[in-house]
Design a protein around this ligand. Structure first.
Ligand SMILES: Nc1ncnc2c1ncn2[C@@H]1O[C@H](COP(=O)(O)OP(=O)(O)OP(=O)(O)O)[C@@H](O)[C@H]1O
Length: 576
C-alpha cells in the first residue's frame, strides 16, 4: 500500500479540497491589490466606499471557500479511514492462521485502529492543503514580485533559511513517528496479554510484573512521541521567528523606499498584507510534509498487515475440473497427510484414514500426538505440506472454504464463546432455524433447564469469551451451536472434559443419537467416551498407530489396553 493506491477513488475529493483552498488563497491575494488602491485613495483624502465593499466581499468569500475546503478535506479523511479500516479488518479476518500464529493480536489491533487514524491525519491535513499551499506559495510570490522585487528579496532570504531548517526537522519526524506507532503496538499487545489472562495474573500474583512490562512499553511510546513533539515544537518558534524577522525587514526596507519615493504607502501596505498570505501556504506545506512523514510510517505498518497471506478459494475453472463431490461413501478422508507448523518439524507424518457418513469415531493418543492438529487440518485452518484431504470424495483444496466449513462443525477443546447473548452464540453461523429446533437441541444438550432458570433466558449475556458460564455450560453451548448448524461431520475435541458423570452420561447418549444422522469424530481421553465409539483411531507421534473397534484394540494395542485399564501411577501412558 502506498500513497498512490491509498488515494485511488478519492482523488476527485482531494482535488476539490485543493481547488477550494486555492480559491481561498487567490481571493486573499486579490485583497492587497485592492487595499493598495484603497490606502492610496484614503491617503489622498477620499474614502473609496465601492473598493471597501469589494474588499469586505472578498474577505467573506475567502472565509467561505476555506471553511468548505476544510470540510471536504475532513470528510475525505474520514471516508478514507473508514474504507481503510474496513479493508484492513476484512483482510485480518481472512488471514491464514499460520500467518497469525507468530503475531501479536494487540499489535494488529493497533495497526487497524491507531495507524489508520494516523493515515487520516495524513489525508485530512496534507494532500489537499499541501497542493493548494504549493500553488498559493507560487501565486503569493508572484504578487509580491509584482508589488516590489527589492522587498521580495529581503523576504526570500529570511523565509528560505527557515524553510531549509524545517525540512531537516520533518525528516526526523518520520523516523520518530514510526518508532512511536511501533511502541504503541507493543503496549496494546502487552495490555491484551495481561487482560486476556487476568485470572492467571491474579492467581500468580503477577500484577507488579505485568505493570512493569506495561510501564516499559508505555515508556517506549512516551519517549518516541516526546522526541517527535520536541521537534515539532522547535520548528514552530523557528517559523514564527522567520515570519517576524521578515516583517521587520520589510517594514524597515519598505519605510526607506517610501521615504525615497520608490514606492507609495499603499504599495507598502499591500506588500505587508500579501506577506501575511505567504506565511499561510508555508505553514500548510510544512504541516503537509510533516503529516506525510508521520502517515507514511503508519502506512508502512498497515502495508505489512495487508501483505499477510489470506485464505483464497481456487478459481472456478480449476474447481470445475476437480469434479463434483460424491454424497455416497466416506465424508472425510486423509490420504498420506504430512504437516508441520514449521515445515521442517512435521507434527503429522503420513496420516491416513476415512470417516464414514454415519457413526462415531474416537481419536485417542498421548498428549501432543497431533490429534487437535488433525482437526485443524480437517477444518482447513492449515493446508497439508504433502498428501490430500478429501471431503465427500473430492480434494478439499478444490472446494471453497465456506462450503467446506459448512459441511464440518468443530467444537474446540476450550470451547470459545463470543461476547453477546446465549442466543447470539447458539445461532452464530447457523442456517435459519425454528424455535422448535432450538428447543430440541437445548434439550439434547441438557441446556434447557439452565436456560429456563435464567430471568432473561436465551437473551442472557455470556460475557467476554463466555466467562459468565461454567466450563461445562460453555461446552454444551458450543456443542448445541454446532448441532444447530446441521453439518455432515462434527468434530468434538474432548467434549466431556468439563462434565460431571451425570452430564457426561447424558451427553454420551446425545452423541449416539447424533452419530445416527451424521458423522462424528471425537477426541477423547476418557475411556467412557471412547467406549461409545464405533471405531477408534490411535494417534501417536503424528501417525495412526492402530485402528479398530474397542475389542480388537484391547487385544492388539498396548497403549489402548493401558488406557482401558489404567494402573494408578501411570498418569500419562506411553507405548512400551
Ligand atoms: N499453533 C501451533 N503452532 C506451533 N505448534 C503447535 C501449534 N499447535 C500445536 N502445536 C504443536 O503440535 C504438536 C501437536 O499438538 P496437538 O495439539 O495436535 O496435540 P494433541 O494430540 O491434540 O494433544 P492434547 O491431547 O494434549 O490436546 C505439539 O507438539 C504442539 O506443541
Amino acid at each position: 500500500m502506498d500513497l498512490r493506491r491509498l488515494t485511488r477513488g478519492y482523488r476527485r475529493s482531494i482535488v476539490a479540497a485543493a481547488a477550494l483552498s486555492l480559491l481561498g488563497t487567490l481571493l486573499a491575494l486579490a485583497q492587497p491589490l485592492l487595499a493598495r488602491e484603497a490606502v492610496d485613495s484614503a491617503a489622498a483624502g477620499r474614502l473609496p466606499w465601492p473598493l471597501i465593499g469589494t474588499l469586505i466581499a472578498l474577505f467573506a468569500a475567502q472565509a467561505a471557500a476555506l471553511a468548505l475546503a476544510r470540510w471536504v478535506q475532513a470528510h475525505t479523511g474520514e471516508t478514507m479511514t473508514r474504507d481503510l479500516r474496513r479493508h484492513i479488518t476484512g483482510h485480518l479476518l481472512r488471514v491464514r492462521l499460520s500467518a497469525l500464529d507468530g503475531g501479536r493480536i494487540g499489535d494488529l489491533i493497533a495497526r487497524a485502529c491507531g495507524d489508520t487514524a494516523a493515515v487520516k491525519t495524513l489525508i485530512a491535513q496534507s494532500l489537499g492543503t499541501g497542493l493548494a499551499g504549493a500553488i498559493g506559495l507560487v501565486a503569493a510570490i508572484g504578487v509580491l514580485a509584482w508589488l516590489d522585487r527589492w522587498l521580495l528579496g529581503a523576504v526570500v532570504v529570511l523565509f528560505g533559511g527557515s524553510f531549509a531548517a524545517l525540512l531537516a526537522v520533518v525528516r526526523r519526524v518520520r523516523t520518530e513517528s514510526r518508532a512511536a506507532q511501533t511502541a504503541e503496538g507493543v503496549l496494546l499487545a502487552d495490555l491484551e496479554r495481561a487482560l486476556g489472562g487476568i485470572r492467571l495474573v491474579r492467581a500468580c500474583r503477577a500484577e507488579a510484573v505485568e505493570a512493569g512490562r506495561l510501564d516499559s512499553s508505555a515508556r517506549g511510546a512516551y519517549l518516541a512521541n516526546l522526541r517527535m513533539a520536541g521537534m515539532v515544537a522547535l520548528s514552530g518558534p523557528a517559523n514564527d521567528l522567520a515570519v517576524s524577522g521578515a516583517f521587520l525587514a520589510v517594514l524597515l526596507v519598505g519605510a526607506s523606499r517610501v521615504s525615497s519615493g520608490a514606492i507609495t504607502l499603499g504599495e507598502l501596505v499591500a506588500f505587508t498584507l500579501a506577506m501575511t498570505y505567504l506565511a499561510a501556504p508555508i505553514y500548510e506545506i510544512f504541516q503537509a510534509v510533516s503529516a506525510v512523514q508521520q502517515g507514511t510510517g503508519a502506512l508502512q505498518r498497515i502495508s505489512e498487515v495487508l501483505a499477510l497471506p489470506v485464505e483464497r478459494d481456487r478459481p472456478v475453472a480449476v474447481v470445475r475440473v476437480a469434479g463434483t463431490p460424491r454424497r455416497s461413501g466416506p465424508v472425510l478422508e486423509f490420504r498420506d497427510v504430512w504437516f508441520g507448523y514449521d515445515p521442517a518439524r512435521p507434527v503429522l507424518r503420513g496420516v491416513g484414514f476415512t470417516i464414514p457418513a454415519r457413526g462415531q469415531t474416537a481419536l485417542v493418543g498421548p498428549s501432543g500426538a497431533g490429534k487437535s492438529t488433525i482437526f485443524a487440518l480437517a477444518e482447513r485452518f492449515y493446508e497439508p505440506d504433502h498428501g490430500a484431504i478429501l471431503l465427500h470424495g473430492r480434494e478439499s483444496r478444490f472446494t471453497s472454504y465456506a462450503r467446506h466449513r459448512t459441511a464440518i462443525g468443530l467444537v474446540e477443546q476450550d470451547c470459545p464463546l463470543l461476547a453477546g447473548t446465549l442466543r447470539d452464540n447458539l445461532l452464530y453461523g447457523a442456517a435459519p432455524v425454528t424455535d422448535g429446533e432450538i428447543r430440541r437441541v437445548l434439550a439434547m444438550t441438557g441446556l434447557h433447564r439452565m436456560i429456563e432458570a435464567l430471568p432473561a433466558g436465551l437473551d442472557t449475556p455470556v460475557g467476554d469469551h463466555g466467562r459468565r458460564l461454567s466450563g461445562g455450560q460453555r461446552q454444551r453451548v458450543a456443542i448445541a451451536r454446532c448441532l444447530l448448524a446441521r453439518p455432515d461431520l462434527i468434530l468434538l475435541d474432548e467434549p466431556t472434559a468439563h462434565l460431571d458423570p451425570d452430564s457426561e452420561h447424558a451427553l454420551t447418549a446425545t452423541l449416539n443419537e447424533v452419530a445416527a444422522v451424521c458423522a462424528l469424530v471425537v477426541i477423547a481421553h476418557r475411556f467412557s467416551t471412547v467406549r461409545a465409539a464405533d471405531r477408534i483411531l490411535v494417534v501417536d507421534e503424528g501417525r495412526i498407530r492402530a485402528d479398530g473397534t474397542h475389542d480388537t484394540l484391547l487385544r492388539t494395542d498396548p497403549y489402548y489396553r493401558r488406557m482401558a485399564n489404567p494402573t494408578p501411577p501411570q498418569t500419562f501412558p506411553r507405548y512400551a
